[in-house]
Design a binder for this molecule. Sequence first.
Ligand SMILES: [Zn+2]
Length: 166
Amino acid sequence: MENPPQPVALEQLQAALSEARWDRLAQRLSRSRFRRRFRLRGAERSYVQREGLARVTHQAQVFVARRLAPARPPRDGKQTPYRGHPVFVAQHATGTCCRKCLERWHGIAAGKPLTEQEQLYVVAVLARWLAAEMGTQMGTQLSSLWQGEQRGLFPSPEETHEAPSP
Ligand SMILES: [Zn+2]
């Protein structure tokens, strides 16, 4: 198995998807009865709150790279569960669940591997939808959501590995 992708910075996401492009997409999605049924609630919502959008975005990078980026992803059309992870919900809500939906909603042709730039765009769409569902703009007031609630309150696992003072 190949190495997981390097985590993207918030600035890369913002560069990959302008607010104007997001607004147009959100408009189109809102006209689909199927897409707009998907909302972030319950366990998936708590997960984003707790873990932070940075971590969830990195998980989105891994999902996109493994389950969407190949020219012919395994079980394409059925590879994205309806629940169990906030990114799965975001994928159905944004038409990034499979290569057929990616072509229909985002004009990215099926049958060929996604480029780095296309993967980044998809991840930016997912992160932007999650931010919107959490009631947060990408550009403003995102720092607390990006880091996660618990990370702000408690030391991160890396920090707890510090050697105790003698
Ligand atoms: Zn689909």
